[in-house]
Design a protein around this ligand. Structure first.
Ligand SMILES: C[S@@+](CC[C@H](N)C(=O)[O-])C[C@H]1O[C@@H](n2cnc3c(N)ncnc32)[C@H](O)[C@@H]1O
Length: 307
């Protein structure tokens, strides 16, 4: 298998990430090793990279790809466990932490990975196949109101109620087991010009819910701040507004030195500033990159530095 994912905002993200050639770095979303490979190109023989991915295929692929390279250690862990990984590695701090969120092109394009609605595949959507509940379980068992809420909250889809109703009606007759069946149910009640967007939103919503993506992202960001060295950088590439909002808010909170009400006579909050935001506005890919790689079009890069 060759690299099945083109890394996004590669030089922009690494220009921020690498502050010390002999530093210790953490890549929380290894994927096909695009960012990790470039980190290795930029650190020297005293540097170390620890990379992790929940997806076993990505992990196994990179084990082969980086085979004899001694400066990288690979984990098949959730990135939220960065605090556990530092302990396992007896590392105190990282000089830089990076996450390139979401799914890889391989996961999206490969029907056997179960993420795609363009080809018929089992309705799975788990990045980590050890998770007990998959997307099929959700659409076949969750009550209509909860299903609608997930589609609305994580897919920002206005027709969430109509879609949930259609799913619940259909499953009375037959279990919904494939991406193709779910796609058919959604397209049946969606005008043709909205179908692609609606499908993307519903599949995004189910994927976020099944993988508990937003909660893990929050834990990852909070834990990362604790294991960054002063001057170390936290670099995050996100692909939709829900992720980007979380990154923005956690960075903003981290950059505050006081959270007392504005009319408080003296500060009593004990809040300590932990971050300095380096990207007041997110860095976006250049048109040139988007032309070459469509997946880059929704990418946003945000960077904060540990104070
Ligand atoms: C956009 S891809 C990363 C691609 C990678 N930067 C490259 O250049 O090859 C995102 C990867 O993050 C992984 N992932 C998503 N959420 C994760 C989490 N909570 N913990 C660990 N890996 C995660 C996915 O399985 C996927 O392989």
């Amino acid at each position: 298998m060759k690299d099945q994912h083109v890394p996004v905002l590669l030089s922009e993200s690494l220009d921020y990430l690498i502050t010390e050639k002999a530093g210790y770095y953490f890549d929380g979303t290894l994927g096909f090793g695009g960012h990790s490979g470039e980190i290795l190109n930029r650190i020297d023989n005293n540097g170390l990279l620890i990379s992790t991915d929940v997806d076993k295929t990505a992990f196994n692929y990179c084990k082969k790809k980086f085979g004899s390279e001694g400066r990288i250690k690979l984990y098949n862990f959730n990135f939220s466990l960065i605090d556990v990984i530092v302990k396992l590695e007896s590392i105190k701090f990282f000089n830089g932490v990076i996450a390139d969120l979401g799914v890889s092109s391989y996961q999206l394009d490969n029907s056997s990975a179960g993420f795609s609605y363009s080809t018929d595949a089992p309705l799975d959507l788990r990045m980590d196949k050890n998770l007990k509940v998959n997307a099929s379980d959700i659409v076949n068992t969750l009550e209509e109101r909860k299903l609608a809420n997930i589609i609305y909250k994580y897919g920002e889809e206005k027709n969430s109620r109509k879609i949930a109703k259609q799913i619940v009606e259909a499953r009375k007759n037959k279990e919904i087991k494939s991406t193709g069946t779910l796609k058919e149910l959604i397209t049946e009640i969606t005008p043709p010009r909205y179908q692609t967007k609606t499908l993307s939103r519903v599949f995004q919503a189910l994927r976020i819910h099944v993988n508990n993506e937003l909660e893990f992202l929050k834990q990852f960001l909070k834990n990362s701040i604790e294991v960054l060295k002063s001057g170390g950088r936290l670099v995050v590439i996100s692909y939709h507004s829900l992720e980007d909002r979380i990154v923005k808010e956690i960075f903003k909170y981290g950059a505050l030195s006081c959270v007392c009400p504005p009319d408080a006579p003296v500060c009593t909050c004990d809040k300590v500033q932990q971050l300095k935001i380096l990207t007041k506005k997110p860095v976006l890919p250049l048109d040139e990159e988007i032309k070459k790689n469509k997946r880059a079009r929704s990418a946003k890069l945000r960077v904060a530095e540990r104070v």
